[in-house]
Design a protein around this ligand. Structure first.
Ligand code: GLC
Length: 676
């Protein structure tokens, strides 16, 4: 692994990198580093491609826009944005020169990737403190794999978390949850998870369950488990200020909350109104918060999603006071072009207000550190608090965990979902692109809110989104309160949906196997075609198709009313047009461009020449899948080199492929054990 480290100033430790990297002597051959302007820059060749930045807007190739790493709660992922929930400061320049850069700092960083000057990559720091890792390699893919090795093994969820999950903000109580299951059962749709959004809690207090809505929660959890359904509750970052609430009281007594300038517990507000934010960067506080998950583990829960951990702040007590005061001045006035917009901006600007992030402090490694300096670590360390706690609370079991905010390093503790997207067709395309760059940054367990979180979904949008979603490790339909209901059973074409959902379960042996091999080999589960066909100039520019594992290429349809799409094949492939596990047709397509038909209920699966895809007989739960009864799709007759199948019990903690992998032939029969 050819990695060099340059230390700029006095970097704050993030624990993103897990291996020792030597500090380089002399200046960096790829970048000019200008300490005075706090800028790192390099030239880009005309055709250079720039990969990376994980969860960001725009393309797989990040060139032509500016991006800022500053974990942000923004529900409008439009292409004029510069920040979403994650801060993933890793880029790869792929041109005549090939190199990767990881700028390890928890502070804000701005990337100008050929935006101001087409041929310049400029990285702006906000203080001259960072570890700058330069990764060399012969290919962009090789550089990414070296980077992945540096940052440690990605998170492994339990196998059931590869099933399909239904979620919605607005399920109020036990009856609502039972109705959802009934809806799925009635139509014979597969399902493994139902998510509990904020309404399960008592007054939005973390680690509580509302006793009226769920009179006997452990019993309910057990009952659902008996039906093969896992309930997955949300946990928010802010802790409600309420006397008698143990988490609040303990946090106060032990000094575990973030402090304001005067050393008092900082007051922000989220769902429950006023909250304190646990100091996730303080080792003791982090341990304490992590142990709280036990309350729900003890009631039978086996998975969580961590939210609002950028952290999102509806308002801070202090700033809201200032705003109210200034609003007084507008009263009774004839508001004109200036004053009206000023007033409007004032009110709109109370949430996630920049100055608020400068107004509270952490106790990080014994030092008082302003939040702004470590902002991008908050969500990472919240998820780490849970992940570390699970290692001691449940040493023999994998717990499902994913987060909204993240930084590189968090990928070892949990996955992420792609945040509050919309029921917009272009978000389906954005997911494809994001998937590739997130994989590069170690976030393999990921997926978007299928159907879209905000706005109203349509039947065709949901179905097309499922055609992508059946390939994302995290497969969840989630939507916001107030939007059109979009559970699968709300739409007319039950047969079409059943077929597609069952395809996920049919493909599961392959998807799980590819996921686990990618994790345990520091590889990618979803790759841009450029990584598979680096010599193919056409493939390098493809942004709407992906390689999923070693055998499959996907090309989802992402336009309404389309009846197919153009697809570029870098080599001969076998196309399966799938409607259900029992209903698919196949044809061989040669290298080159093709217009491929795809009705709304059809999923296009391209199998690479000479490759195999092990599939099962589907099932309604992951637990039903019979791994002893597999067959293979793909080039069965030519598949004599076989397929390397990974499998395990689905819940034990795993750190190596050993004992879990064997080669199967085209009939799904074991050929031999393999080396890992
Ligand atoms: C945030 C989350 C969303 C959730 C909502 C209510 O917006 O991103 O997924 O449904 O909060 O908890």
């Amino acid at each position: 692994m050819n990695v060099k480290k340059y230390i700029l100033g006095k970097p704050i430790e993030t624990e993103a990198v897990v291996c020792e990297v030597e500090t380089a002597a002399g200046s960096c051959p790829y970048f000019d580093m200008d300490e005075e302007r706090m800028e790192i820059r390099c030239r880009l060749g005309k055709d250079d491609i720039v990969y990376g930045l994980g969860q960001q807007v725009r393309g797989i190739n990040k060139r032509g826009w500016k991006y800022t790493s500053f974990c942000s709660d923004d529900p409008n992922h439009t292409e004029n944005k510069v920040s979403l929930y994650g801060a993933h400061n890793f880029l790869v320049v792929d041109g005549e020169q090939k190199f990767g850069i990881f700028l390890d700092t928890p502070e804000k960083v701005a990337f100008d990737v050929g935006y101001t000057w087409g041929d310049v990559l400029a990285i702006q720091l906000f203080s001259w403190n960072a570890k700058c890792y330069i990764i060399e390699g012969e290919s962009a893919y090789g550089i990414v794999k070296s980077f992945r090795k540096m940052i440690g093994q990605s998170y492994i969820p339990p196998k059931w978390a590869f099933g399909f999950g239904q979620s919605r903000w607005g399920y109020r109580n036990q009856q609502d949850i039972e109705e959802v299951l009934a809806g799925y059962e009635e139509h014979d749709f597969p399902l493994d998870m139902i998510y509990l959004d904020i309404d399960y809690m008592d007054q939005y207090m973390d680690f509580t369950v509302d006793g009226e809505k769920f009179p006997d929660f452990p019993k309910f959890v057990e009952k659902m488990k008996g039906k093969g359904i896992h309930l997955v509750p949300i946990i928010d970052a802010g802790v409600k200020m309420k006397e008698g609430y143990d988490v609040y009281e303990e946090g106060i007594t032990e000094g575990y909350f973030c402090k304001d300038e005067e050393g008092k517990d900082f007051v922000g507000a989220v769902w429950p109104g006023r909250v304190h934010f646990p100091d996730m960067l303080n080792d003791r506080a982090r341990r304490w918060f992590g142990e709280k998950y036990k309350v729900l583990l003890d009631q039978g829960i086996e998975g969580f999603w961590n939210d609002m951990n950028e952290p999102a702040i509806f308002y801070s007590e202090k700033h809201l006071g200032e705003v109210f005061e200034r609003l007084e001045g507008y009263k009774g006035q004839n508001l004109d072009i200036n004053s009206f917009f000023e007033m409007k901006g004032l009110v709109q600007g109370v949430s996630n207000y920049g100055e608020d992030y400068k107004g509270f402090y952490h106790n990080y490694r014994g030092e008082r550190v302003c939040h702004e300096k470590v902002h991008n670590l908050y969500g990472y360390y919240m998820t780490r608090s849970a992940g570390e706690a699970f290692e001691s609370l449940e040493p023999d079991k994998r717990i499902l965990l994913f987060s909204r905010a993240s930084y590189i390093g968090m990928h070892r503790y949990g996955g992420i979902w792609m945040g509050d997207n919309h029921s917009w067709w272009f978000h389906l395309l954005l997911n494809i692109k994001m998937l590739a760059n997130l994989n590069m940054c170690g976030f393999l367990y990921t997926g978007a809110d299928l159907g879209g979180f905000g706005s109203d979904a349509t039947e065709d949008l949901l179905m097309r989104w499922y055609a992508l979603g059946i390939f994302t490790p995290l497969m969840r339909n989630h939507s916001a309160a107030g939007t059109r209901r979009q559970e699968t059973y709300q739409f007319a074409d039950a047969e079409g949906f059943r077929g597609i959902l069952r395809l996920r379960y049919m493909l599961l042996p392959y998807l799980y196997s590819e996921y686990m091999k990618a994790v345990l080999r520091d590889d990618l589960y979803a790759r841009p075609l450029a990584f598979v066909y680096p010599e193919d100039e056409r493939a390098k520019r493809v942004e709407d198709q992906l390689a999923i594992g070693e055998s499959i290429m996907i090309a989802p349809v992402y336009e309404q009313n389309a009846r197919g799409r153009y697809v570029y094949l870098p080599e001969e492939m076998k196309l399966y047009r799938m409607r259900s596990p029992e209903d698919m047709d196949e044809e061989i397509l040669g290298k080159g461009d093709h217009y491929v038909r795809a009705e709304v209920n059809e999923v296009l699966v391209f199998v690479r020449k000479g490759h195999l895809v092990p599939v099962a007989k589907a099932g309604k739960r992951v637990a039903d899948i019979d791994m002893g009864d597999l067959r293979c799709l793909g080039y069965v007759e030519e598949g004599n080199k076989g397929y390397e199948l990974y499998d395990d019990d689905g819940y034990s903690r795993i750190c190596s492929l050993e004992g879990h992998i064997h080669v199967i032939n085209g009939n799904g029969e074991a050929l031999r054990e393999t080396d890992c």
